[in-house]
Design a protein around this ligand. Structure first.
Ligand SMILES: NC(=O)c1ccc[n+]([C@@H]2O[C@H](COP(=O)([O-])OP(=O)(O)OC[C@H]3O[C@@H](n4cnc5c(N)ncnc54)[C@H](OP(=O)(O)O)[C@@H]3O)[C@@H](O)[C@H]2O)c1
Length: 350
């Protein structure tokens, strides 16, 4: 927005005049054991970084909070580099370029970048993506058009390969990934059953997102309600939750069913994984494929374009939960891991 009113140098001057050039970070101060708490993090003042060669300085506007973050602050073996105590918490963000030493970006550009939990950050231009916000909100690039939406596409379309008439089940169904999975499966002509926590989330999933049914995993009658919703069993399971819910879903899998093992959010705050699922996988000859969305970064632009077209055509809907202020990020992360978010969890900074 500022870009329309200010020249490139003017944006930097404007921020200086308005006394907006104050930086803060959220750092990890201790590793959680069991449940993560806000006390594992601290909000600290920080120097204003100066962009180096081919770097840009970004003023973050929105942070993305994602379940993978719990893994990053654990010292358990993982597929990605963890955060050590004393370091700034990692994460994706949307922000405005304030200063650029790259020919590819100019002040005023709205961009997506993994700058982490900070107000201002410098980053190599190669890690920055310019985003088109003329028809969709910038926050969509952290959810449906970002890593979660691309995860949904990859797991459902590439791994599960749903066919019309099949039954697709997804848990954490109202969330950033699950909501997209169910809508894409409906577009593919499938019967879609969601699992979500609470009546409101289930109502949203059916009424707004168009799922055929949704079962509340907190219901005391969960097992019977699940069985009633799955008269034809499950052909494609997009698994986000793990644990006991996954165990129950496995018993409904059809022979030669497919499982996209995407996440196990219910297990993330356990010190030891309690559930053993190998036998069911063997007996039903399932093909389960674990995957990490960043394995195939080259597929992202084409997938994002297809999601973008569906969003602009109003064929994909999404919902967001917004916490306000950098200092609210730790509590919002804890809340999301407990299911307090309703849709994509964001932190608004500006
Ligand atoms: N493999 C990959 O590359 C990849 C990439 C992105 C995300 N993921 C995974 O995808 C899953 C969904 O991520 P997201 O960003 O879309 O998060 P989200 O669904 O927006 O938020 C997390 C949700 O998990 C559910 N949940 C938490 N604890 C639970 C429990 N004990 N039992 C049942 N449900 C529980 C809650 O929903 P309810 O209130 O409905 O229970 C909560 O709202 C996560 O497992 C994440 O790790 C994997």
């Amino acid at each position: 927005m500022l870009a329309r009113r200010y020249s490139a140098q003017g944006i930097l001057n404007y921020y200086k005049e308005q006394n907006l050039m104050n930086n803060q970070h959220v750092i990890l101060v201790s590793r959680p054991t069991g449940w993560v708490t806000p006390e594992n993090f601290q909000l600290v003042d920080a120097d204003m970084p100066v962009p180096g060669n081919n770097q840009v300085l970004i003023r973050n506007q929105w942070l993305s909070l994602d379940p993978y973050m719990r893994g990053r602050i654990s010292d358990a073996k993982s597929y990605a580099q963890g955060v050590n105590p004393g370091e700034v918490m990692v994460g994706g963000a949307v922000g405005e370029v304030v200063e650029s030493n790259s020919p590819d970006f100019k002040p005023g550009d709205i961009v997506l970048a993994p700058t982490g939990w900070r107000l201002y950050g410098t980053i190599n231009a190669k890690a920055v993506t310019k985003i088109d916000t003329s028809k969709v909100s910038p926050t969509a690039y952290l959810g449906i058009l970002g890593m979660p939406g691309i995860t949904a596409w990859t797991g459902l379309i590439d791994i599960c390969q749903p066919k019309a008439g099949e039954t697709v089940v997804v848990d954490a169904a109202s969330g950033a990934v699950g909501g997209v999975v169910g809508q894409l499966a409906k577009h593919a002509g499938c019967r879609v059953v969601g699992i979500a926590g609470g009546a409101k989330k289930c109502q949203y999933v059916v009424d707004e997102l168009g799922f055929d049914a949704c079962i509340d995993h907190r219901s005391s009658n969960f097992a019977a309600e699940l069985a009633a919703a799955l008269p034809q069993g499950i052909d494609c399971l997009f698994e986000n939750v793990g644990g006991e819910i996954f165990e129950q879903l496995l018993s409904h899998m059809n022979t030669f069913g497919r499982i996209a093992l995407c996440g196990m959010v219910s297990e993330s705050n356990r010190d030891a994984h309690a559930y053993r699922t190998i036998r069911a996988i063997l007996v039903s000859r399932l093909r389960i494929q674990g995957f990490i969305v960043s394995d195939k970064l080259d597929t992202w632009p084409a997938i994002r374009k297809q999601l973008y077209d569906l969003v602009v055509a109003d064929k994909l809907k999404f919902r967001e939960s917004v916490a306000v202020g950098l200092g609210s990020a730790p509590q919002a992360l804890v809340g999301m891991l407990k299911g307090e978010n309703f849709g994509k969890q964001l932190v608004k900074l500006v």
